[in-house]
Design a protein around this ligand. Sequence first.
Ligand code: ATP
Ligand code: MG
Ligand code: MG
Ligand code: MG
Length: 430
Amino acid sequence: MLKESPADAQIVSHKLMLRAGLVRQTAAGIYAWLPLGYRVLRNIEQIVRDEQDRSGAIEMLMPTLQSAELWRESGRYDAYGPEMLRIRDRHDRDMLYGPTNEEMITSIFRAETRSYRDLPRTLYHIQWKFRDEVRPRFGVMRGREFLMKDAYSFDIDEAGARMSYYTQMLAYLRTFQRLGIQAVPMKAASGPIGGDLSHEFIVLAPNGESEVFYDAAYEGFDWHQSDIDYGDERDLQRLFKQVSDTYAATDETHDEKQWGKVKEANRRTGRGIEVGHIFYFGDKYSAAMDLKVSGRDGHEVTPLMGSYGIGVSRLVGAIIEASHDDAGIIWPEGVAPWRVGLVTMRADDQPSREAAEMLYGHLLGAGVETLYDDRDERGGAKLASMDLIGLPWQLIVGPRGIATGSVELKKRSTGEKHELSIESALSRLV
Ligand code: ATP
Ligand code: MG
Ligand code: MG
Ligand code: MG
């Protein structure tokens, strides 16, 4: 951990990530994940994975390095510009560090599938990307190397492609809710083929790069309780209608006339961070790269595709932007590196030490992820560290309490503290 905020960090999440020892920059926009930060990154990744799996998407892993040949086929090798990191190998072959994977997944699909019976299919991976951003900044929020979940859907017709899109939309709503953040799906500029199938998921934060306008109704939606079934087309249509009918847009697509129809008390404006983006692009890559499968009637069909990204490493910063106070980070339960921080106020006090070790054993035995701070430091400094790293619960053991068999339990998000017997403190955590 660092005592002072590093001078080069401009925004609160970046300052806190450095101070709390989550990451260290190793080159411009490239970060090493220190143990604490890596646990958070893995927790986020696992929630993303879980919700992708639940939605029926299938995980795989594609490499970070790609051959330029693939990108020449789609015509993007030249079009992508200076954000692409181009590499030459010892045989003078043009390679690149993948900024995204449409070309690669299309080539894999082209080689491995023959028939409409292989569709629909959505495949995803969670892999490092590289984009040589002009201005890497805000720490991991705009890095050059960053971790992304990217999914790709293949369908035989447009009706099917819409269902794949709606399915990912629901998976995203559920993912962000489990991550403990309010990410609103906002109509995005729709790119080459037009249509209504492009949404950015945006987390509200004063330091966000885009200006946003949305209906407060989003704050009340519970996407896990909702009785939407991935397998039911009418459910998915209902979901899409609900999203389309509830206004949300970035400055790029903002429409004053539609905005005027939102109840005044419900109008929310502010700034936001893009944490995910879903996108339908039809046959853009399948046609360019000659991906075809045989259709039901024997004729060849060009599958229609969509792609779906989540910025896994950006989310670490975005969650902190949305959830912190003057003392430090406040992790939502689902992503916290540990659930409980156990602190001895005086590590040199034998009864406190014994009690803390007993509590530690119990918590670990019950499967409660616990960080035990047994350092020989001032109690006040240890409590400040716990506040900084933001674990949801602090269990504090001090000589005075232990003399009467009690400990203190503090909830980080509210600051609420309770003096409890050891048994009841344990029963609240287990
Ligand atoms: P931005 O508008 O922030 O540059 P993008 O629109 O270029 O992002 P996409 O191509 O939509 O990004 O990629 C999917 C997701 O990957 C984004 O929604 C974002 O969460 C994440 N992402 C993109 N660029 C970066 C980056 N430089 N650092 C960290 N995460 C990123
Ligand atoms: Mg970009
Ligand atoms: Mg963008
Ligand atoms: Mg985007």
